[in-house]
Design a protein around this ligand. Structure first.
Ligand code: SF4
Length: 110
């Protein structure tokens, strides 16, 4: 095989491999997204939630650390949508309210 044909063959192989990797990554995220909707909602009464001052409605917190506008939906640990419930890295296996808040709130990085 000439050198040019060899290079072209490698290029095709790498393109195919990259396509397969992208497809595998996309398929890998599907069950995670589907499961996020099925997570049980974190209750205010959960011991860890209480320890972190979690509330379902940020506007109802009396914690002095809460800043106006802060909510789970704009926290870097939240990976759900702008409304409803979604996963929070601090509460694995539970979904927090997008309107919720806790003392660990950290603004999403731009
Ligand atoms: S860490 Fe962020 S997303 Fe998780 S409960 Fe606290 S404020 Fe909400």
């Amino acid at each position: 095989m000439s050198q040019e044909k060899d290079i072209e063959s490698r290029r095709r192989f790498l393109k195919a491999a990259a396509g397969t990797a992208v497809a595998a990554a996309m398929i890998g995220t599907l069950p995670r997204v589907a499961r996020a909707a099925d997570l049980p909602h974190l209750a205010d009464s959960d011991p860890t939630a209480k320890a972190l001052g979690y509330v379902e409605d940020a506007s109802k917190t009396t914690d002095a650390k809460h800043k106006a506008g802060d909510a789970c939906s704009n926290c870097q640990f939240y990976s759900g949508g702008p409304t409803g419930y979604g996963p929070c890295q601090l509460f694995p296996g539970k979904a927090v309210n997008a309107k919720g808040w806790c003392v660990s709130h950290a603004p999403k990085k731009a």
